[in-house]
Ligand binder design. Structure first.
Ligand code: HEC
Length: 210
C-alpha cells in the first residue's frame, strides 16, 4: 500500500513537472502584456476608473487604436485582447492588474527576475517592488551601459513617490526616495535608448542624526 502511494505521488510529481513549464510560459506572456500596458498605454489610461467602456463593441473598435500605440501587437490578436482586458480591469477595479511575483527578501533583484518585467524592444520596465511604509529609502539601479532614464515609483493608489529623469554615471543611478503614503509600490522606468537593467536594490535610508 505504502509503496503504491509513493509511486502515485511520484507519478503526480512527474505530471506536475510536465505541466508546469506550460503554465509558467503563459504566466510570463501575460506579465509582459501587463508591463506593456503599464508603460505604454498607461501614459493615457493610468488611473482611468470610469468603471465602464464607452462602447459595447469596444474591442472590435479599438484594434487600430491599440496598434497605433503598440505596433508590435500587429497580427497578435491574443495580445490585443490581453491589453484590452487589462484596460477593462483598470477601469472596473481602479487598480493595476495584479502581477504574481514574490518580492525578494532583501529587496535585491537580479537580471533574471528583472527580465520578466521589461518590454522586448524599448526595454521599458514595470516592476512590482512590494509594500512600503512611510520613510526614506534609496533605489539603486545598475544598468548595462550609461543612459538617461525616466523613473517613477508609484503606489497601487497611484501616489507618485518618484517622478524624475536621471543620468547614470559609471552605469549606476541612485535615487533618494521619500515615501509618505504606505502602499504596494511599482517601479517604472523608461530608458532613452534600450538598455538592460542588471540589478535593482531598494534599501531603507538611515536618518541622519544631528
Ligand atoms: C496618447 C494617449 C493614449 C495612449 C498612449 C493609448 N490610448 Fe487608448 N484611448 C485614448 C483615448 C483618448 C481614448 C478614447 C476615450 C476613452 O475611452 O478613454 C482611448 C480609448 C481606448 C479604448 C476604448 C475604451 C472604451 O472605453 O471604449 C481601448 C480599449 C484602448 N484605448 C486601449 C489602449 C491600449 C491597449 C493602449 C496601449 C497599447 C492605449 N489604449 C494607448 C488614449 C490613448
Amino acid at each position: 500500500m505504502k509503496r503504491h502511494s509513493v509511486v502515485r505521488c511520484l507519478g503526480l510529481l512527474g505530471l506536475f513537472l510536465f505541466i508546469s513549464p506550460a503554465f509558467s510560459t503563459e504566466d510570463t506572456a501575460f506579465t509582459e502584456s501587463v508591463v506593456i500596458f503599464n508603460t505604454i498605454c498607461a501614459k493615457c489610461h493610468e488611473a482611468q476608473c470610469s468603471g465602464r467602456l464607452s462602447f459595447d463593441d469596444a474591442f472590435e473598435r479599438s484594434s487600430n487604436h491599440i496598434l497605433r500605440h503598440y505596433n508590435q501587437a500587429s497580427g497578435k490578436q491574443w495580445l490585443q485582447k490581453e491589453l484590452f482586458d487589462i484596460l477593462l480591469y483598470m477601469k472596473e477595479k481602479c487598480a493595476y492588474y495584479p502581477i504574481q511575483s514574490p518580492v525578494p527578501l532583501k529587496r535585491i533583484w537580479g537580471e533574471d527576475i528583472l527580465e520578466k518585467f521589461t518590454t522586448l524592444m524599448a526595454r521599458n520596465y514595470f516592476i512590482p517592488v512590494g509594500k512600503f511604509s512611510p520613510g526614506t529609502y534609496r533605489i539603486e539601479l545598475e544598468l548595462e551601459k550609461d543612459v538617461k532614464v525616466t523613473a517613477h515609483l508609484i503606489s497601487d493608489e497611484f501616489d507618485m513617490a518618484v517622478d524624475d529623469c536621471y543620468q547614470s554615471s559609471d552605469r549606476r543611478i541612485n535615487i533618494p526616495v521619500l515615501i509618505e503614503e504606505p502602499g504596494d509600490y511599482y517601479l517604472r522606468m523608461y530608458p532613452r535608448e534600450p538598455v538592460k537593467l542588471i540589478r535593482l536594490k531598494i534599501t531603507p535610508e538611515e536618518r541622519e542624526v544631528h
